[in-house]
Design a protein around this ligand. Structure first.
Ligand SMILES: Cc1ncc(COP(=O)(O)O)c(C=O)c1O
Length: 419
C-alpha cells in the first residue's frame, strides 16, 4: 500500500544487496550447520564489542528479546514498574501477563524520551524496574536515569530497537543500563532479513540463563547425586552431567528463540554497513532540519552535544493544533510523501485502559500525539530524487498550511480524547 507513495515511510530500514547474497551463498555452499553455528557466535561477539557490553545473545525478534529480558527482572505480584508510554507495544506487552503495577512516566517534549524529572516522582519503595526506549534513535537521559535507578536499587531495561548506531557521551545504547534489547526487523537500522533480535547485558548470570532459555533447556535446579550413576549409553554422554545429578526442581520452561545461521550471517554483513547506513539517515535528517528551520511555526529535534541521534525515526512537531497538523499530513500525502505517527501513547490503548490507565496520565505525550507529532520518511533506501521530492514537498506544504498558532485563542486546539 505504501508503494503508492513517491516517498514511502520505510518498507526497509536498511540496504540489502550483493554482500548479503554472498554471505548466504557461502553458507548454503558450505556444509556448516544451519543453526547454532559459528556465524551466530561471530555475530554476537561483534555485536557485543560494537555496543560495549560483556554479552550479546541473539534471538528471533525484538519482541522475544523483550519477553526474555523482562523475565530476568523476576517481577513479583505487587511490584511496580515505571515505563514510557511513547513506544511500540512490544516494549510493554510482557507486563500485561504479570500482576504488577505500571506507572507510565511522561516524556520530554522534544526527545519524546522518558522525562527524568517525572521519573523521580514516580519511584516508590515498591518500584523494581524502569522500562525505557531510546525513542527514534535519540538516547534517553541515561546519566540521570541511571543515577535515580541506582539510588533506589531499581533495575533498568533499555529498549534499543531504534538505537543501533546511536551514541551517548562516548558510549552506546546496549551498554547504558542493566539489560538492553534490539530488533533487526525489516524496518530497523540493520536487518537479519526481516526478523531478529539481540539482548545485551554485562551480567554473567543473566547471560547464562538466557542462553539456556532460548535453546529449549529447562532451567532445572540440580544437586550432586550419590555415587550410583545410571548406565550411560554412548549417545547419552553429552548429557552426562545432568544424569549424574539429581534434579530437585524446575524453575522455568525452555523455548526455541534461536537465530538461524543464515540470519546471523546477514547480520554480520549488516554490521559492516551500519556506519554508512546511519550516515545516510543523518544526511537526510540534516536536509529536513534545514527545511524546518525556515518555518518558525514548527519545532524540530535538537539533540544536545554528546548525543548522536541515529534517526531511526525523523520526528518533528507541527504548530497550530490538531487541525493544522492533520491538514499538513493530508497535504503531504496528496503530494506523495507518506507520514506516519509513531506511536499512539501506550496508556491510552485498550489493553492498558482496561487496566485502569487513561487520559491525563501523561499530558505531554498525549498533547503532542494528538496535536503536533509528525514522523517523516528518513531511511537509507530513499534515492536522492526521493529525498529532493521530500524536501521540496515539505517546504511547500509548510508554507501552504497556515500557521494557526496565532488564530486559535487560548493556545493550540486540543482534540478531545475518547472517554
Ligand atoms: C521500540 C520497539 N521495541 C520493540 C520492537 C519489536 O521488535 P520486533 O519487531 O523485532 O519484534 C519494535 C519494533 O518492531 C520497536 O519499535
Amino acid at each position: 500500500m505504501n508503494g503508492d507513495f513517491v516517498v514511502p515511510f520505510a518498507r526497509r530500514g536498511s540496504i540489502v544487496g550483493a554482500e548479503e547474497i554472498a554471505a548466504l551463498a557461502a553458507l548454503v555452499d558450505s556444509d556448516a550447520p544451519l543453526s547454532a553455528g559459528g556465524l551466530r557466535e561471530r555475530f554476537e561477539s561483534r555485536f557485543a564489542r560494537h555496543v560495549g557490553s560483556r554479552h550479546a545473545l541473539s534471538v528471533t525478534s525484538g519482541t522475544v528479546a523483550l519477553e526474555l529480558a523482562i523475565e530476568l527482572l523476576e517481577l513479583r505480584p505487587g511490584d511496580e514498574v515505571v515505563a514510557t508510554p511513547q513506544t511500540f507495544q512490544a516494549t510493554l506487552q510482557p507486563l500485561l501477563d504479570r500482576d504488577v503495577t505500571v506507572r507510565f512516566c511522561d516524556v520530554d517534549p522534544e526527545s519524546l524520551n522518558l522525562d527524568a524529572d517525572v521519573l523521580e516522582t514516580l519511584i516508590t519503595p515498591r518500584t523494581r524496574a524502569i522500562l525505557l526506549v531510546h525513542y527514534g534513535g535519540w538516547a534517553a537521559d541515561m546519566d540521570r536515569i541511571m543515577a535515580i535507578a541506582r539510588r533506589h536499587g531499581v533495575l533498568v531495561l533499555e529498549d534499543s530497537a531504534h538505537a543501533l548506531g546511536s551514541t551517548y557521551h562516548g558510549s552506546r545504547p546496549g551498554a547504558l543500563a542493566d539489560i538492553s534489547c534490539f530488533s533487526f526487523h525489516a524496518t530497523k537500522n540493520i536487518t537479519t532479513l526481516g526478523e531478529g533480535g539481540m539482548i545485551t547485558t554485562d551480567r554473567d548470570d543473566w547471560a547464562e540463563r538466557l542462553d539456556r532459555r532460548r535453546n529449549n533447556e529447562v532451567d532445572g535446579i540440580y544437586l550432586p547425586a550419590d555415587e550410583q550413576e545410571p548406565f550411560l549409553l554412548p549417545w547419552m554422554k553429552f548429557s552426562a552431567d545432568v544424569y549424574r545429578q539429581a534434579c530437585v526442581g524446575v524453575r522455568r520452561a525452555g523455548t526455541n528463540a534461536t537465530l538461524a545461521e543464515a540470519a546471523a550471517g546477514v547480520g554480520l554483513t549488516q554490521l559492516d554497513r551500519l556506519e554508512t547506513l546511519v550516515a545516510r539517515r543523518r544526511r537526510i535528517a540534516g536536509r529536513l532540519d534545514e527545511v524546518l528551520d525556515r518555518h518558525p511555526h514548527v519545532r524540530r529535534q535538537r539533540p544536545p552535544a554528546g548525543v548522536g541521534h541515529a534517526y531511526h525515526l525523523y520526528t518533528f512537531f507541527a504548530g497550530g493544533g490538531s487541525q493544522a497538523r492533520d491538514e499538513l499530513v493530508r497535504t503531504l500525502h496528496r503530494q506523495g510523501v507518506e507520514v506516519q505517527l509513531r506511536y499512539f501513547p501506550q496508556h491510552l490503548t485498550p489493553e492498558w485502559r482496561w487496566r485502569g490507565h487513561g487520559p491525563g496520565e501523561c499530558p505531554t505525550a498525549e498533547r503532542l500525539w494528538f496535536t503536533e507529532h509528525m514522523n517523516l520518511p528518513c531511511h537509507p533506501g530513499l534515492t536522492d530524487t526521493q529525498v529532493d521530492h521530500l524536501v521540496h514537498t515539505l517546504d511547500r506544504a509548510l508554507a501552504e498550511v497556515p500557521d494557526r498558532t496565532r488564530t486559535v485563542r487560548g493556545g493550540p486546539a486540543v482534540r478531545t480524547l475518547p472517554a
